[in-house]
Design a protein around this ligand. Sequence first.
Ligand SMILES: CCCCCCCC/C=C\CCCCCCCC(=O)SCCNC(=O)CCNC(=O)[C@H](O)C(C)(C)COP(=O)(O)OP(=O)(O)OC[C@H]1O[C@@H](n2cnc3c(N)ncnc32)[C@H](O)[C@@H]1OP(=O)(O)O
Length: 232
Amino acid sequence: MSGTDAVMRRVFAVREREAMDAATEAALAGLAARVRELTEAVVHTAVDPAEAAAVAAEVAALAARLNAARRAEPPIARIGGNGLVRQLANPVSGALNPVAPPVEIEFTPDGGVRTAFTLNGVYEGPPSFVHGGVSAMVLDQLLGAAAAANGTPGMTATLELRYRRPTPWGVPLTATAKVSRAEGRKTWADAVIAGPDGRTTVEATAMFIMPVGAHGDGGSSGDVADGDAPRG
Ligand SMILES: CCCCCCCC/C=C\CCCCCCCC(=O)SCCNC(=O)CCNC(=O)[C@H](O)C(C)(C)COP(=O)(O)OP(=O)(O)OC[C@H]1O[C@@H](n2cnc3c(N)ncnc32)[C@H](O)[C@@H]1OP(=O)(O)O
């Protein structure tokens, strides 16, 4: 069992949530994808006020249909049979969360992580560019995944950002992250986002700390971290 698996067992399996079956997961991922389209349509629509009000009433009715059966907490899925879980509604990478772009993170052979993604106008900050807080959110997740890939996951303790150039929305972006150092409960990692021309737009450095409860003292941190478990 890897170090990450061990932490996952201690931290994420603490509070039992009912795991979702694959068929429900696929159906809800499809729903979330349509809601992303809806959100994008809401941001860009130029319909008249009466039409906007009519659509609002339909959307309210749809929310009521979904609320007819509610989970108390966001959904998880089990990985294998050993208590490991994956958070399906993570706000960065969760396929079941319409707020997530989603950013799909791959683990690379060099021990780091990478992703190729596009952010649409929903994530605009300065006109025609991505909101800096959205870039920070993507980088926090990516850096956290790099720490996990290194077998030394943790909670974000510090996150430092250097915005070198504006990040455009609506074009293909790439991002990578890798651990630079791990010492005791602390792990440092670096990440960058690059535009379509390959030039860096944002650089980030983070330090993650593994909570004491997750460090084999038999206790628990009492809650589920907002990470998304590595696939597989
Ligand atoms: C947990 C396991 C996760 C597992 C994940 C597995 C799979 C993942 C897969 C896929 C990717 C996941 C991607 C996730 C991405 C998103 C992550 C987030 O958004 S996390 C939410 C935001 N962060 C918080 O809310 C933290 C809030 N803070 C805390 O919970 C604590 O402060 C914590 C755990 C960070 C530290 O608490 P203490 O009680 O363990 O720390 P003390 O024992 O006081 O200090 C230990 C050492 O660390 C330093 N330290 C503590 N906090 C520091 C800080 N904020 N900055 C700098 N140094 C700090 C101290 O000075 C001390 O240093 P000296 O050993 O004396 O040298």
